[in-house]
Every structure is written in C-alpha cells, then in structure tokens.
Design a protein around this ligand. Sequence first.
Ligand code: HEM
Length: 84
Amino acid sequence: MRQGKTGTFGPNLYQVVGRIAGMAADHDYSPALAGAGFAWTPELLDRWLADPQAILPGTEIEFVLESAQQRADVIAYLIAAGKR
Ligand code: HEM
C-alpha cells in the first residue's frame, strides 16, 4: 500500500461493471490501474479476481478468489448491487 490513499483499502466498486478501470473518485490508483484504459466487463472481472497481476502487472490489489463459483457470485452481486 502506498502513502496518500484516502482511507480505504480499495476503490469504491459501485457500478464497476461497465466503468472505465482506474476512474473511481478519491482513490489513489497504482500507475498500472490508472493507465489501464479499458472498461470492466464480467469476463475481465473474472480474470482479475483469479489473477490480477495477469491483467495489469504492478497492480496493488492483493486479493485472489480461486473458486470460479465464488468469482461468479461476487460478479453477480456487483451487477445486482449496481442497479440499486
Ligand atoms: C470480492 C472482493 C474484491 C473485489 C470484487 C475487488 C475488485 C476490484 C476491482 C474491480 C478493482 C479495480 C477498480 C477500478 O478499476 O476502479 C480493484 C482494485 C483494487 N482493490 Fe480490489 N477487490 C476485492 C477485494 C479487495 C481487497 C480485500 C483489497 C485490500 C485489502 C483490495 C484492494 C484493492 C486495491 C488497493 C485496488 C487498487 C489497485 C491498484 O491501484 O493497482 N481489493 N479491486
């Protein structure tokens, strides 16, 4: 974790599906994520949660979900919660 983060461990994920990566307000992203330049799809999120470094080498997220079922459940939750 670098200095200067704004008090959370990760960026706000509200409506992250479809959002351009690295664009949450008030989050101090790594250069890797800040320069990503793609929008998050369910497929990319699945790969991200399985192996974030494979998507963006140098990213600072230190979290992996090895279970494909758990990844699918989390992504379904993010989509559903984003509609509320
Ligand atoms: C189910 C749990 C999690 C999900 C679905 C998730 C998902 C994500 C996603 C989609 C991003 C990119 C956001 C964007 O582009 O705006 C991200 C970034 C990040 N997450 Fe996670 N995350 C999870 C758990 C965690 C945990 C437990 C931590 C830390 C304790 C964490 C720390 C971070 C950090 C620091 C970043 C920014 C990385 C960077 O700037 O390179 N995440 N996460």
